[in-house]
Design a binder for this molecule. Structure first.
Ligand SMILES: Cc1cc2nc3c(=O)[nH]c(=O)nc-3n(C[C@H](O)[C@H](O)[C@H](O)COP(=O)(O)OP(=O)(O)OC[C@H]3O[C@@H](n4cnc5c(N)ncnc54)[C@H](O)[C@@H]3O)c2cc1C
Length: 444
């Protein structure tokens, strides 16, 4: 049965997240943005309020919430500040490989720390020389007895400067591409681990982004999240479960932009009337709402698929590139509604525009999502319609008797046998396929 209602628990969670966003995030977001500083105290408050790592299962004393709930919480926080939402959600990104891992002992050791002691964990696949092409990892993991020795660098790592733990993807041999990649849980205070200066960014300045550097870092065997050969698949599985949430950032940001545009349009007068009276503005608002609603449906569907234990890869990619691009368009349109004021730093739109721009880049660019979805369409997608050469299409009369379609020009010939030549394109008889009656055996 299809049901779009949130449960009472989900509604209560949304209320809690919304109150946190409005009362705690909104009043400080611009200050941290201006200072280009991570609001660590706010992350701690989110953790205290039970708005961080809801995904840790109950069997580890976590909240055991699903991705649908994660999307609900994230939409609210991103509506106040996408950068803060990124910083908070990064702990779920860092933890996801551990949740998917076969290393139960490692979960038992680290999850209680994350749950009970406000420990932050980041996620590191990207490097200075690669981002989209995860199989191109160069950071080295050299086997030494049962341990691994890490050498190399990671780049663009959210919370890289503050995380206590790091989920690091590295390879035993870059030449073997996917086959050499493993994942390792590294602690910040281990010898040889360091992070770079915070990378200056256009937006999402409330989230900390740095490089990580590993110099002869010994990772004990028990800290292997995925052995070499399993890391690439683990990274892809992780992205399938975290991309819906990037979509939720987009929904929250777009929703705020729309609400502020509505508010302004009702109050601002031009040519003797509120600008909300102009159809050009009304249509912009309508399209904003359409995008927010559509994006939320896609996000929730992909999150729901993951919660049902299905592979959400395609739905997650569709949700990510639709929602993030729709958010950018929505914020841009909202800025237009606010006219010159929208372009100033005295109104919230310019920060939102800077913040949402990132959503189309991290966790797989929009182009990468299109590669994934088009790859699926061209290989695994199952069509409902017969193939083109089998479409029983006649223009003047319905197809009743046997019919044959010319594979070259599409002409449909009625009769027991195909014509010797196509009367339109002169293709030979062999070019005709029987399109009616359907061949039951083939299931057409
Ligand atoms: C603020 C920020 C935070 C980040 N946080 C993290 C993090 O916590 N952990 C982490 O591991 N990474 C993180 N990243 C890295 C992010 O995931 C990468 O930047 C992203 O995947 C793109 O990689 P790239 O920058 O190397 O671009 P490239 O891969 O070099 O791509 C450059 C351009 O080429 C296009 N392109 C590449 N391949 C294809 C293709 N096959 N077909 C079509 N177009 C293609 C891309 O879409 C893009 O437009 C973060 C990045 C930023 C900016």
């Amino acid at each position: 049965m299809l049901n779009f209602d949130l449960t009472d628990d989900q509604l209560a969670l949304r209320k809690r997240a919304r109150e946190f966003a409005v009362n705690h995030v909104l009043p400080v977001a611009w200050m941290y943005d201006e200072r280009d500083e991570i609001p660590l105290d706010l992350l701690k408050k989110a953790w205290e309020a039970g708005l961080m790592n809801g995904d840790i299962p109950k069997s580890y004393d976590g909240m055991g919430l699903g991705l649908v709930e994660a999307a609900i919480v994230t939409e609210e926080i991103a509506a106040a500040c996408p950068g803060v939402a990124t910083s908070i959600f990064d702990n779920s990104l860092g933890v996801e490989p551990l949740l998917l891992s076969e290393n139960e002992a490692l979960r038992k050791r680290y999850l209680p720390e994350i749950l009970n002691n406000f420990k932050l964990i980041c996620f590191a696949t990207s490097e200075p020389g690669m981002g989209s092409d995860v199989s191109g990892i160069r950071c080295q993991a050299e086997k030494d007895g049962d341990d691994y020795i890490l050498n190399g660098a990671k780049y663009w790592i959210t919370n890289g400067g503050i995380a206590d733990y790091m989920t690091v993807f590295a390879t035993t041999d870059p030449k073997t591409k996917h086959e050499g990649i493993g994942a390792f849980l590294v602690e910040r205070d281990w010898k040889g681990v360091s992070s770079g200066k915070a990378i200056p960014k256009l937006g999402q300045r409330c989230s900390n982004t740095t490089a990580l550097h590993f110099e002869n870092v010994r990772v004990p065997a028990e800290n292997v999240i995925a052995p070499p050969g399993e890391g690439f698949k683990l990274a892809m599985k992780t992205f399938s479960r975290t991309r819906p949430i990037i979509g939720a950032f987009a929904v929250g940001a777009a929703r705020s932009a729309m609400e502020w545009a509505i508010d302004y349009a009702k109050k601002r007068k031009a040519f003797g009337m509120p600008i909300s009276g102009f159809q050009a503005i009304q249509f912009k608002l309508a399209e904003m709402y359409q995008k927010v609603e559509t994006a939320r449906l896609l996000v929730q569907k992909s999150a729901w698929e993951a919660d049902q234990g299905r592979d959400p890869t395609i739905a997650a990619s569709i949700a990510k590139f639709y929602a993030t691009e729709a958010a950018f368009e929505t914020v841009n349109d909202a800025m237009q509604v606010l006219g010159g004021y929208g372009y100033t730093t005295m109104f919230p739109l310019e920060k939102l525009l800077r913040d949402v721009r990132l959503l189309m880049i991290y966790e797989g660019t929009s182009e990468v999502q299109r590669v994934i979805v088009s790859g699926h369409l061209l290989s695994a997608y199952e069509p409902a319609m017969p193939s083109l050469e089998k479409v029983p299409m006649r223009r003047k009369t319905a197809v009743k008797e046997a019919a044959w379609r010319c594979a070259t020009c599409g002409h449909v010939h009625g009769g027991d046998a195909p014509p010797e030549r196509c009367p339109y394109c002169f293709a030979a008889k062999g070019a005709f396929h029987k399109v009616w009656p359907p061949d039951r055996a083939s299931g057409d």
